[in-house]
Design a protein around this ligand. Structure first.
Ligand code: COA
Length: 164
C-alpha cells in the first residue's frame, strides 16, 4: 500500500529533447557516446532531484548500453524515471531514442541505470523519500534495482588509484 509520504515514479519522470549538431559527433557524423551520456546524466539528475526535493549528485553510471547510432540532425528524446529509492540513494533508469527529423519512427539508441545520492544544504548525504511502484513494469524495475544494487556491491569498484 502507498504510504502518505511515498512518491510515485510518475511524479518525477523527466523528458529531455536534443538535436544532434555537428559538434556532438565524430568525423563520421555519429553522435559521440560521451555527449549522449552527458545528456542522459542531466535528465537523470533532474529526475532524482525532483523525487528527492534535494540537490543530488551522480554516484555511479551502470550498465550503459549503446544499442544503435544516431547521426547529425537526428532528434534525441531522453526519458529518465526513478526505479527505486533506498536510503540516500536512488536508481534512475534512462532511455534515449532517436528519430530522423520529419519522421515519426523512434528507435532506442541507449539505456543505462544511474545512481544518484541526495545531499542536504550542508552537502552531507541525506535520506530521501521512498518510492512506491505502481505499474507492472515499475514493480519489475523496483525488484531489479535491489538486485543491481547487491550485484554492484558484490563487485565493488575499487576507488584506489591505479594509473596515477
Ligand atoms: C556519492 C557520494 C556523495 C557518496 O558519499 P559517501 O560518503 O561514499 O556516502 P556513503 O558511504 O554514506 O553512502 C551514501 C549512499 O551512496 C551510495 N553510494 C556511494 N557510493 C556509490 C557508488 N559508487 N555507486 C552507487 N552508490 C553509491 C551508498 O550505497 C549509499 O546509499 P544508501 O544511503 O541509499 O544506502 C560521494 O562519493 C561523492 O560526493 N561523490 C562525487 C559525486 C560527484 O561529484 N558526482 C559528479 C557530479 S554530480
Amino acid at each position: 500500500m502507498k504510504k502518505a509520504n511515498d512518491k510515485t515514479a510518475a511524479e518525477s519522470v523527466t523528458i529531455k529533447t536534443e538535436v544532434v549538431c555537428p559538434n556532438d559527433t565524430n568525423p563520421m557524423g555519429i553522435l559521440q557516446g560521451g555527449r549522449l551520456v552527458e545528456w542522459m546524466d542531466i535528465a537523470a539528475a533532474v529526475c532524482a532531484q525532483t523525487h528527492a526535493d534535494r540537490i543530488c549528485v551522480t554516484a555511479s553510471i551502470n550498465e550503459v548500453a549503446f544499442k544503435a547510432a544516431a547521426y547529425s540532425g537526428d532528434i534525441i528524446t531522453i526519458r529518465a524515471t526513478i526505479t527505486r529509492a533506498f536510503n540516500s540513494s536512488m536508481e534512475i533508469l534512462v532511455e534515449a531514442h532517436a528519430r530522423k527529423v520529419l519522421k515519426a519512427k523512434k528507435y532506442l539508441i541507449s539505456k543505462a541505470y544511474f545512481t544518484f545520492v541526495a545531499l542536504d544544504k550542508k552537502g552531507k548525504v541525506t535520506k530521501v523519500i521512498s518510492m512506491k511502484p505502481v505499474t507492472a513494469s515499475e514493480k519489475e524495475e523496483y525488484e531489479g534495482a535491489l538486485i543491481r544494487r547487491e550485484t554492484a556491491a558484490a563487485r565493488k569498484l575499487s576507488t584506489k588509484p591505479v594509473l596515477a
